[in-house]
Design a protein around this ligand. Structure first.
Ligand SMILES: Nc1ncnc2c1ncn2[C@@H]1O[C@H](COP(=O)(O)OP(=O)(O)OP(=O)(O)O)[C@@H](O)[C@H]1O
Ligand SMILES: [Mg+2]
Length: 269
């Protein structure tokens, strides 16, 4: 079975999609088969791999929408899986057709809460699944948490309101009622400029608050991430020698180390 991670934060622009995009490249570089699920109606991750025009032209049956749309329940899910130009990376895209389904109060949607979880039980070819969530904690994020093994919370080092993070943690706690195995892999500091005192202070504060629940790897703000995205190539395949590519590879390795440590701890417990 694949290990499934969902990237969640209700703050917009904190690097959820960018992290999924580049991390997919790093995992693929490490020889893993990666499945990406785009759960954001904005479709940024899908557009990154497949291009805007193509993604916007997809019908709901070719996107994650089909998992929530009653008229598609009995159709094959194969049309959802889109290969990318990179070996080892497959994506289930999203576009605006998903927006009407991303409603608040997701815990009132009965069996549909398990839609992604059920879909993933049918996928046997992958080592890692990364789910990109929208900047809210509605149904798309909720069903992702119900399906995931681990939550990763990307945080830019300027978000001093702890209110937002508290809501994310509460939501993870609630989702555990349906998915008791859901674990927090940790907070991932993104878009960090370590020359700025304010960013260094934020990092220190976050590590004081959350200790081991902050990943050691810090993703810095770097133009290589943006340039690679505009070329539709994870930074690993755009410029493997760049600092951005090396950082992303370290992040992938740290994630794999953390999950193997977590699995060992669970076996002992
Ligand atoms: N480490 C980075 N260095 C430079 N630019 C970055 C970095 N991370 C993200 N960006 C840029 O910041 C913008 C927002 O990033 P991204 O789309 O990944 O955020 P998001 O959390 O997915 O946003 P949303 O909440 O809208 O889905 C994008 O233009 C992206 O290319
Ligand atoms: Mg996004």
């Amino acid at each position: 079975m694949a290990t499934t991670f969902c990237l969640i934060n209700q703050k917009g622009g904190c690097g959820k999609s960018s992290t999924c995009f580049h991390l997919a490249g790093a995992f693929a570089e490490l020889g893993m088969n990666v499945l990406l699920l785009d759960m954001d109606p904005q479709g940024s991750l899908s557009q990154g791999f497949l291009g805007s025009e193509f993604v916007e032209s997809l019908s709901s049956k070719e996107t994650m929408t089909m998992l929530f749309d009653e008229s598609s329940f009995f159709e094959s899910r194969d049309a959802l899986l889109h290969p990318t130009q990179f070996d080892g990376i497959t994506i289930c895209p999203a576009n605006q057709t998903l927006a009407p389904f991303n409603a608040p109060e997701p815990e009132k949607t009965g069996m549909l809460q398990y839609a992604i979880r059920e879909f993933l039980t049918e996928q046997h070819d992958y080592d890692v699944v990364l789910i990109d969530c929208p900047p809210n904690l509605y149904r798309c994020s909720w069903t992702s948490m119900v399906a995931a093994d681990y939550v990763v919370i990307p945080v830019p080092p300027e978000d001093f309101g702890t209110q937002g993070l508290r809501a994310v943690h509460q939501c993870v706690q609630q989702a555990r009622q349906l998915n008791p195995d859901l674990r927090r892999l940790g907070h991932l500091i993104t878009r960090c400029d370590q020359r700025l005192l304010v960013h260094r202070m934020y990092e220190q504060k976050l590590r004081e608050l959350y200790g081991e629940m902050v990943l050691d790897t810090v993703i810095t703000e770097a133009s290589a991430f943006k340039v690679a995205l505009t070329r539709r190539r994870p930074v690993q395949f755009h410029d493997a020698e760049s600092k951005a590519a090396k950082l992303t590879l370290s992040l992938a390795r740290e994630i794999l180390d953390r999950i193997s440590l977590d699995e060992r701890k669970r076996k002992v417990a």
